[in-house]
Design a protein around this ligand. Structure first.
Ligand SMILES: O=C(O)CCC(=O)c1ccccc1C(=O)O
Ligand SMILES: [Mg+2]
Length: 313
């Protein structure tokens, strides 16, 4: 079976740049893949690299696409190297759609992403009005004292509505002492309230500080989730081997081959939270199908990001 291969670069602007410890991000660029079989059936896929998170760069993904012939095979798709994880995802999910193995977009509980910093305080209510009960707020950007103050305010405001929970994402921007202090406060907030919970703290320390994060899990009630440390399948495996049994954030669009992710997920039996990389609807659909298939927990997925784009909502 031969498959026609086409690709197109896209660019989408955010209403406001996303502020994280990695800096400001204002435009999402990626590649849309179109595969066509001999009968003219089409399958769409998306390559949405995030090089500051550990995937290949957009340039490397473009070079790879430009190196491919106009007619490819299934074999080629399953031989894309591990060094191009976003390309593995994009072409494999396009193939899945071409072969008709994709289903409807499943309805999963979603977490809404708040603007970073003080802006989160005036934005949470709007997201709750849109139906979100889990929200995520980025930290590790301002001074720890400011952020801890805002957290106390945000938590006390949110706890006035029954059944809400909050995720914190430091994007590796804290040190051990700051994380320890923050976790103490999170524990106290969650213990003191029967209805409001801080679900987890995501990636408090840097990518290579697994030992510190293992140490932080001891002595705190609040869970820790790895994100940047487990951006790719290789990293998931390494962190598991080094003893991580906490939460793993899985960003399907950059983690690598869906086929290999299925295998690893089942072998390790991990507690995963599936999350977006600001991909388009095409990448989101393929990611959410994987989340619905693999995720056994009742954790919300992190795809509440469409309100960030200029051309949606
Ligand atoms: O996970 C979510 O809930 C939203 C997505 C998100 O936070 C994110 C989106 C793009 C790049 C990095 C991250 C991140 O989790 O750090
Ligand atoms: Mg994160």
């Amino acid at each position: 079976m031969t498959i026609k291969f086409k690709f197109n670069k896209y660019s989408r602007r955010f209403k406001q740049p996303l502020k994280t410890h990695h800096g400001l991000w204002g435009v999402r660029e990626g590649i849309i893949i179109e595969l066509m079989d001999e009968k003219g059936k089409v399958g769409w896929g998306e390559i949405a690299p995030l090089s500051w998170f550990g995937s290949e760069t957009l340039r490397e993904a473009m070079d790879f696409c430009e190196s491919l012939p106009g007619i490819i095979t299934e074999n080629l798709i399953f031989s894309i190297p591990m060094s191009l994880p976003a390309c593995q995802f994009g072409l494999e999910s396009a193939l899945t759609q071409l072969q008709g193995n994709d289903e409807e977009i499943p309805k999963l509980e979603n977490s809404g992403l708040l603007p970073t910093g003080k802006a989160g305080l005036s934005a949470w209510k709007d997201l709750v009005n849109r139906g979100y009960t889990t929200l995520k707020w980025k930290i590790g950007v301002d001074s720890i004292d400011n952020e801890l103050n805002w957290l106390e305010i945000l938590a006390s405001q949110m706890s006035e509505i029954q059944g809400l929970s909050l995720r914190l994402d430091a994007n590796g921007g804290l040190n051990f002492a700051e994380s320890d202090r923050l976790l103490d406060i999170c524990d106290r907030i969650s213990l003191g309230d029967t209805s409001f919970k801080i679900e987890f703290l995501e990636q408090p320390l840097g990518v290579n500080e697994l030992e510190g994060m293992l140490a932080l899990t001891k002595g705190h009630l609040t869970s820790i989730a790895l994100d940047e440390s487990v951006a790719t399948l290789t990293q998931i495996n390494q962190c598991y081997q080094q003893g991580w049994r906490g939460i793993f954030v899985i960003k399907p669009a950059i983690v690598g081959s869906p086929k290999q992710l299925r295998k690893l997920y089942h072998t390790l039996g991990i507690d995963g939270v599936f999350s977006s990389v600001f991909e388009t609807e095409i990448g989101q659909k393929a990611s959410l199908q994987l989340a619905a298939e693999l995720c056994q927990s009742h954790r919300a997925v992190g795809f509440g990001i469409n309100h960030w784009f200029v051309d949606t909502d």
